[in-house]
Ligand binder design. Structure first.
Ligand code: PRX
Length: 633
């Protein structure tokens, strides 16, 4: 396998970037020709951002799994596609070759087909980090079914909401997931979700060996079906022919308003984008072991644990557990055990492992590492230097990759060893990506040493096409703030050299341990708690998590443990990741005369800047602020 579209020098990056702007259609046609299309596309790109309406490779027919699996199984059947490292250190590592993976995906297709899944069906997947999770994604994609993975840390309520929004008839789950010293009882949580919403079938994969309730006619074991069908003796399940613009998956993510929205990605553009960015950003070389620590429940796992590496015929390492189990040296042990060459993780993991101390690093070898990556939130310089010095031994480039669920793949990042890295800077856009900074009035901020709201002015193949079931919401959220531009929701600086540095969200979205949460979503959960009149949630700087969650709550009940119980309600409604770090009970919230909550003031108080609240005279009742300040958590 070689990658004709891999950029090999700074000069080539500059040339390719220039070409991708001058003639984007020619540029992407050149990349797209290196994939297998059952029928060539008619047009490379048709677009306009007002509606929005974006189509890449229209008329092209393909199946992404043919490109991920069949191609490689034909030429390198014995090459390892996945290395699976179990949570429990006493359990054996598993290696799955491309030929085996293709077989297993095919066998899962038959099982899904027999319970009624077909092209266009939406399938909710709620599993732990086990190979069958990746296999299920690929099986859906092979059949043309639309997968929607729900992170295993989300609650029953969150699953029910997603089943309803996606109008999904099917759920695939496990008996339980192993995470550190705990079992997460996934099937039981699915059962709870199904008290609120119906599906036709639940397919259950036996992993942890935990007893579960199986509801007759609805719940079926994957192994039972596969035995009954004698899948081993069936021919390879043929990939369904998909249109480039057919839906590949939905992934729910939080925004500044309302419930999480289902971001829709389509087959052709996403395929080209994740393969292109994987090979270029990480400068992946055939034979290398690539270890992305993200959960497949998030976009990073979709694009850089499953699809990107498989499209490149790479070996992708999947880890079931958590970085602190059994101790804070676990990730480094995995790196040494498998001679990992590329490691891709999140600043929150780096900060927490840094806090655990150097004892967990000092005896590790780590010399196999060639490239380090970070994603999900701004990385502070201290964490960057620690990662560079102690994990990368001072000689690995660090790619600081900025992107979002909506962008499908990386948009701004240095290219490992090709373009320079710079602590805490995502640096330069990938070919095809046209960033622009706009001020609050929508005027372009030109020149260097400036900051503004980060927007993108031209489509790239991997961008979202819509939000499931509500195209208007997609327009409102991303294309209405600045007419004619995709608005990212991030603030950004452009430094003296023209390098981009993402400073964080400028909307009401929090980034807690790299997990994206809407303040409105958390407030809605808090407000369901009995006795709660109103609430306001803001973020505050947190040493490990990046941002913590601070909730101000007007409560009029008689529960002496109200704070703890409100926190439990949030865990039940969304998941433990959304549990507020601090809950302050207040008599009132600072509001303007028109009734708008002044979050700026609440943010300052949560940050501890109580003497710099600015002008409070426009408040309906300025005395409320003193009360909140005095009782700060
Ligand atoms: O604020 C940015 C931050 O994460 C947000 C996207 O979150 P999500 O859709 O969950 O996707 C995360 C994984 C791609 C962005 O709007 N973010 C992501 N990467 C970076 C980042 N902030 C700073 N630097 C990054 N490298």
């Amino acid at each position: 396998m070689h990658y004709p579209y891999q950029i090999k020098s700074q000069q080539q990056y500059e040339n390719d970037y220039a070409l991708s702007i001058k003639n984007p259609k020619e540029f992407w046609a050149n990349v797209a020709q290196h994939f297998t299309w059952f029928k060539p596309y008619d047009t490379v790109l048709n677009w306009e951002f007002n509606t929005p309406d974006v189509k890449w490779f229209e008329g092209g027919k393909l199946n992404i799994t043919y490109n991920c699996l069949d191609r490689h199984a034909a030429t390198h059947p014995d090459k390892v596609a996945f290395i699976f490292e179990p949570n429990d250190i006493n359990q054996r590592t598993q290696k799955i070759t491309y030929a085996q993976l293709l077989q297993q995906v095919s066998q899962t297709c038959y099982a899904l087909q027999s319970i009624g899944v077909q092209k266009g069906s939406r399938v909710i997947i709620y599993m732990g980090m086990v190979p069958q999770l990746a296999i299920t994604l690929l099986a859906c994609a092979r059949m043309g079914a639309v997968h929607s993975v729900v992170f295993g840390g989300f609650s029953a309520r969150a699953i029910a909401d997603r089943v309803a929004d996606a109008k999904a008839d099917f759920i695939v789950t496990c008996d339980a997931a192993n995470r550190g010293a705990k079992h997460v009882l996934l099937k039981e949580i699915v059962d709870d979700a199904l008290l609120h919403v119906d599906v036709k079938k639940v397919l259950v994969y036996k992993h942890a060996g935990i007893n579960v309730n199986m509801k007759p006619d609805r719940d079926v074991w994957l192994h039972d079906i596969q035995n009954k069908l004698q899948v081993q003796s069936l021919p390879l399940f043929q990939p369904v022919v998909m249109d480039a613009e057919d839906m590949l998956f939905i992934l729910y993510t939080s925004g500044s308003t309302g419930k999480p929205k289902g971001v829709v990605h389509t087959c052709g553009g996403y395929m080209v984008w994740v393969a292109y960015t994987f090979v270029n950003v990480f400068q992946y070389k055939p034979g290398q072991i690539f270890f992305c620590t993200a959960d497949i429940g998030w976009i990073t796992g979709h694009s850089y644990l499953v699809y990107g590496p498989l499209l490149a015929g790479a070996t992708s390492l999947m880890f079931e557990g958590i970085p602190h189990y059994p101790d804070a040296g676990r990730l480094w042990d995995i790196v040494d055990k498998h001679r990992v060459e590329v490691l891709y993780t999140a600043p929150t993991a780096i900060r927490s492992l840094m806090a655990a101390g150097l004892d967990f690093v000092k005896d590790k070898n780590l010399t196999s590492l060639k490239v380090l990556g970070t994603v999900g939130e701004p990385i502070n310089e201290e964490a960057w230097h620690w990662y560079h010095k102690y994990i990368g031994n001072g000689n690995c480039p660090i790619v600081d990759t900025w992107w979002q669920t909506e962008t499908g793949g990386i948009l701004i990042s240095n290219l490992a060893g090709i373009t320079p890295h710079k602590p805490a800077h995502a640096t330069t856009p990938l070919p095809g990506v046209q960033p622009i900074l706009l001020d609050d009035q929508g005027k372009e901020v030109t020149g260097n040493n400036v900051s503004g709201n980060l927007c993108i002015k031209f489509p790239w193949p991997g961008m979202l096409r819509t939000t499931y079931g509500d195209h208007e919401r997609c327009r409102q959220n991303y294309f209405a703030t600045y007419a004619g531009y995709y608005f990212t929701g991030d603030g950004c600086m452009r430094d003296a050299e023209g390098h981009y540095r993402i400073t964080g969200r400028v909307d009401d979205v929090l980034n807690v341990s790299g997990h994206r949460l809407g303040t409105a979503e958390i407030e809605n959960a808090i407000n369901t708690h009995q006795g709660v009149i109103e609430s306001a949630v803001v973020g505050f700087p947190h040493d490990i998590k990046g941002q913590g969650i601070y909730a101000y709550v007007i409560y009029q009940g008689d529960d002496v443990d109200a704070q703890a119980n409100i926190a439990i309600t949030v865990s039940n409604m969304i998941g433990a990741i959304a549990r507020p770090d601090k809950i302050q009970l207040v008599a009132g919230l600072p509001k303007t005369r028109s009734g708008k909550i002044m979050r700026r003031i609440l943010r300052k108080i949560a940050e501890g800047e109580i003497n710099q609240l600015g002008d409070v005279t426009t408040l309906l009742d300025p005395t409320i602020v003193d009360d909140i300040k005095n009782n700060r958590q």
